[in-house]
Design a protein around this ligand. Structure first.
Ligand code: FCB
Length: 453
């Protein structure tokens, strides 16, 4: 096999998020988050678990940084828990919460690891949800206050900022599908939420730039390939609609193209936005959302196989019959070609200045075998195939500058609780011991060589 090299300054990292790893849900003045509330509500999490303890990263972060150093990681993407900083969402600041992240950032820098900070990875202060949450414009204002407070505190040392993680999940999955906190089933609310998330991003960009001179600022969107088996006219429309719902709605707005006209029209016809125009969009909003970014964060895992369905709005149905690729334990089809196509599309159709893959990885349950080691060869195969897709896209011209594997360690996988393991590091939740899986050792080799075979 030939070795496939990456550019010299390519950034190799891993990613996590606050609620999924920190635990310490009530420590040092932290406020309640919507995920605390949701996970504590019976029936919401598959295994009745919560992030109360999770990986106890709040206590064990020095050890976790040591692991990262051992792997030779260049960068670490983590998120800040808003309710640790502003327990009520706005107003009073909790210095102890700032202190935690300040020590974490110092520890990373001492270890030679560059911090990539996500401001919002879904754990909104419950106090804001009590006032309506993201469907309310005031939540976007509160987010900017939070972005200001935290970037004043860390902006001298943190030079890579991601405003939001996957606004599709924080809006549609949370307010329309109801699978994530706060668990609502309300289309108009989800649409307003998506707008206010994007608006808060656009408003926060100049604030981050002011408080963190020289920093790179961006947003992370999640993308899925919308695939159809048979190109009937109805199916082609179905794929286009799903792409509009999941991908274009966010991407077009951030890139200054307004919301896609076809989607807006579909939502109007469905009665989700009023006939005279979407009430939640005010003058100047779309320009604010289109604030120039330094990079786009790309999260990619899988494809969706779709077929037309006569529903209103014309949301496609799953085409399970044609979803025949091998799957991860999450049930997600393994489709590396989709990553290649996505990176090329972002480059050729949207001309983004820089791309980072801010998440890519796989859930496989493999645990310690008879020899005590975790031989997660399926995860290695998954990563290799996706590294290869990224490598090919770069050859085609995509400005990919780094790759963050999801995840550094096994953690609380939202509504699935601890039933899924995405880590390259194994976590024993009884003892909180960590152990490098084979995939971590393989990744260490890739980073050291800056190439893979
Ligand atoms: C993404 C999330 C991340 C993790 C992975 C598996 O949607 O951003 O927190 O749950 O999926």
């Amino acid at each position: 096999m030939t070795s496939k090299p990456f550019p010299q300054d390519f950034v190799w990292g891993t990613a996590t998020s606050s609620y999924q790893i920190e635990g310490a849900w009530q420590a040092d003045g932290k406020g309640e988050s919507i995920w605390d509330r949701f996970a504590h509500t019976p029936g919401k999490i598959m295994d009745q678990s919560s992030g109360d303890v999770a990986c106890d990263h709040y206590q064990r972060w020095p050890q976790d940084i040591a692991l990262m150093k051992e792997l030779g990681l260049h960068a670490y993407r983590f998120s800040i828990a808003w309710p640790r900083i502003l327990p009520q969402g706005s107003g009073a600041v909790n210095q102890a919460g700032i202190g935690f992240y300040s020590r974490l950032v110092d520890g990373l820098l001492e270890a030679g690891i560059v911090p990539f900070v996500t401001l919002y990875h879904w754990d909104m202060p419950q106090a804001l949800q009590d006032k309506g949450g993201w469907p309310q414009r005031s939540t976007a204002e509160a987010f900017v206050e939070y972005a200001d407070v935290i970037s004043r505190a860390l902006g001298d040392r943190v030079k890579h900022w991601i405003t939001h993680n996957e606004p599709w999940c924080a809006s549609f999955l949370s307010y329309q599908i109801g699978e994530h906190a706060p668990g609502l089933h309300d289309w108009p609310a989800a649409l307003a939420a998506s707008h206010h998330l994007l608006l808060s991003h656009g408003w926060a960009v100049p604030v981050l730039r002011r408080n963190s001179p020289g920093a790179e600022v961006g947003i992370t969107l999640n993308f899925t390939a919308s695939e159809i088996a048979t190109p009937t006219p109805e199916n082609v429309v179905a794929a286009r609609v799903y792409d509009g719902y999941f991908n274009r709605w966010f991407l077009d707005a951030v890139c200054g193209r307004h919301y896609p006209a076809d989607m807006m029209e579909g939502y109007r016809q469905a009665g989700f936005v009023p006939a005279g125009g979407a009430g939640f969009i005010q003058d100047g909003d779309m320009a604010a959302i289109a604030a120039p970014i330094d990079f786009l964060g790309v999260n990619y895992y899988t494809r969706f196989m779709l077929k037309a369905d006569g529903n209103n709005p014309p949301m496609p149905a799953d085409d399970a019959e044609h979803a025949t690729l091998p799957r991860t334990d999450m049930g997600w089809e393994i489709f590396p070609q989709g990553l290649y196509e996505l990176l090329c599309r972002l480059h050729f159709e949207y001309k983004l200045p820089k791309l980072y893959i801010t998440e890519n990885g796989a859930s496989f349950a493999d645990g310690p075998g008879a020899d005590g080691q975790v031989h997660d060869t399926r995860r290695i195969d998954y990563l290799r195939a996706h590294f290869d897709a990224a490598h090919r896209a770069m050859k085609a011209g995509a400005p990919l500058a780094g790759y963050f594997v999801w995840s550094l360690m096994d953690n609380f996988e939202w509504a699935r609780g601890y039933t899924e393991r995405f880590g390259i590091v194994w976590v024993d939740y009884e003892t909180q011991e960590r152990m490098l899986k084979d995939s971590a050792l393989w990744y260490k080799g890739v980073i050291a060589a800056n190439a893979f075979e």
